[in-house]
Structures are given as C-alpha cells and as structure tokens.
Design a protein around this ligand. Sequence first.
Ligand SMILES: [Cu+2]
Length: 396
Amino acid sequence: MPTVELWAKDGYVSTPDGNSIYFWGFARSREGKAQLPGPAIIARQGEPLTVRLVNLLPEPVSLSFPGQIGVTVDGSPVRPQYEGGKLVSFTNHALPGESVSYTLAPTSPGTFLYESGSNPPKQVPLGLYGALVVRPADYNPEIKEYKTAYGYGTDTAFDREYLLITGEIDPEFHQAAAEGRPYELSRYKPRYWTLNGRSAPDTMLPDSAAHLPHQPYGAMIMAEPGEKVLLRYIGAGTAHHPLHPHGNHTRVLALDGRLLRNGAFDRSYERFTVLVGAGQTCDQIYQWFGLGYSPENPIPTVLPNLRNLGIGDAGWTMWSGSPYLGLKGDIPQGVVSFNEEGEYYFMLHSHQEFQITNWGEFPGGLMTMIAVHPHLSPDRGVLKESERGTGYGNSV
Ligand SMILES: [Cu+2]
C-alpha cells in the first residue's frame, strides 16, 4: 500500500514585508523542512493509502480527514483520545517523539482538507494543515474525457489545475507558541492572510522559490485562452474568504468534495464571488474567452497612457509607494513593451479588503494573478504525482 509520510515539525515562514514567523507544519521526512501548507496528498478513489504521522512537536498531534469515512489505525476505526477525562484529540494521536499510521480508503473523488485533530484551535492556525486531492477511479490525464475532477461524464474535465489553500496568521499568537506561552484566543487577530502559505506578492513567485524554503507552493495561475482551469479552493483558516477572479465568472462544480450534479440533474452554477468558508472546499472552473481572442486573432496590446494611471505623486504609475514592490527606475534597454508574450493578467483576490493587506499595508494578503498566455508549456498547472498515482502533489 502506498505510504505518505508527514513529519510534524516547526520552522519559520517569511512575509513580503520582511517578517519571519514561527509556525508548525508538516515535512516529508525527518530531514525535510516543515512547510506551509503541508505536502499535498494526491490519492485515487478506491485505492487505500497509509499516512504515517511522526510527531517532533512538544504536544500530541493527530490528523483528521474531514469528508473521509472509514479511516483506521491498526485496523480499528479512529477514535477520540482523552487524558484525565479531558478530550485531547479527535482522532488517534502521536505523542511527542512517536508516530501513528492512518489508513484511508477514499470512496469518492474531490478536494479535501487534512488538518490536526489535536487542540485544533491552536494547532491548525499554527500551520498543521494541507490538501488531500482524490482522483476519480477512471482518471487518465492522457485522454481529455478522462482528465476530470469527478470522473467521466460528470462535466468536470479540465486542462490545468491549481490548489489554492487559504489561511491567516496572527504573529502574536505564533510568537506565544514559539515561547511556549499561553495565548488568549479571544485576542486572535490575523495580520497576514495567505494563499498556499504565502502573502501577496509572494503568491506570484514560482514554486520552491529559494528564499521561501518553508513555503514551497506558489499560487500564480497560468492558462491559455479558453482552457478550463480547475481551481481547488480549500479554506484552512478560521475566517471566511469571499474570493473572485477578474475577467470572468467561475462555475462552481463541487462543495466540500461533493459534486453538484446527480446524473443529468446539474446544480453547478456560475458566480463572480464565492465565499470559501473556514473548513470548506470549493472546486471551480475558470475559463477566459475575452475580446474575441483566437490564435488567428491575437489581441493587440496597447500600452496605457501612463500619465492617466498615476496615483499619489504624479508619475508613480499605479504604484502605492510600498517599499517592497521594488524600486522605481527605467525599464531595461531593449524592452519596448511591458508585456513580452502578449499575455493578459487578471487579479484573483479576497473581496474583504483588509484581507488583501500585509499588517495593514496594501497590496498584499489573499491576492494573486491569473496570467492568460497565448501559448503555455503543458507542465504549468499540473499537480505532480509519484509513479503510482499516490503521493505528494506540487503545483508547477
Ligand atoms: Cu476584485
């Protein structure tokens, strides 16, 4: 049976304004770095897999898999853990320095969350969460009709897919954990909002960016015009996020890993903004067909009149003056366009405006971009899988 290992450890995440924040996360090995979010697990419907949790943190840690039924440990159903009559964990846990192995047998495809089931109000915001993607039993990325989120004939085919996991960070809460101090959760006040563990503009950096060793998953979305882009949203934080892309509505296919369709009875729907609630998942298809684009009819890219875009001091060209977007200067010699490939960019962000800041500074937080390219490499927007189709995922 395929086995995925998750090592619960601590580390530090970086924010775009130069902060370094203590967190708890999952690594792939003893030597590996804890990451935010944890490694994505790619499973297949009907194929059991084992998730081995090794706990290197100072308190009991467990895993809960919302939406999965029949999860077992040593052949018995998982069960809550008590100490002195007090509930400690929702499922079997690993004490510090120990391990526990869960066996899953995913019965239905979809997008799911995994998270710590021990002291979740503390451990989940500290970073002990990740994505579980279950492929349909007939999934075959080589055949268009079988490259689907929910199986052949469910109208869920896609060309590229992206995981977008939301979270929040209250730096004082994390600092208290770093120092082993108690923290009054009624004072919880996030200052950073994250997509795949990163705050904008870091969301738009490539995967495995060298200076973000604990935040390996980017959140930049790239596609060609007309392609079906599967957005797998997961609300891993404690807040709700009204998320929308610009450019087009999305079609909501599934909520909490449950397809909004029963045979011919289709309850999928189009929306501009979708509220991704805490603990929820939401699968959406985004397609862009703007301005009559086709490969034979490329859209002319007209440079805007920069003077008309100036905000703040004259000539600052849509730049707020924020120090971490780089310095104002001349474009490099030979560059005659801001747009080398003719691509278009659309923002995807939270419509709670305070969630698109980094500790009060706009822009930041829950924001990324969708880049629509005329031609794009086929390995953009792919969740990598191990040879057996079960293992760790990483959006390219
Ligand atoms: Cu908007």
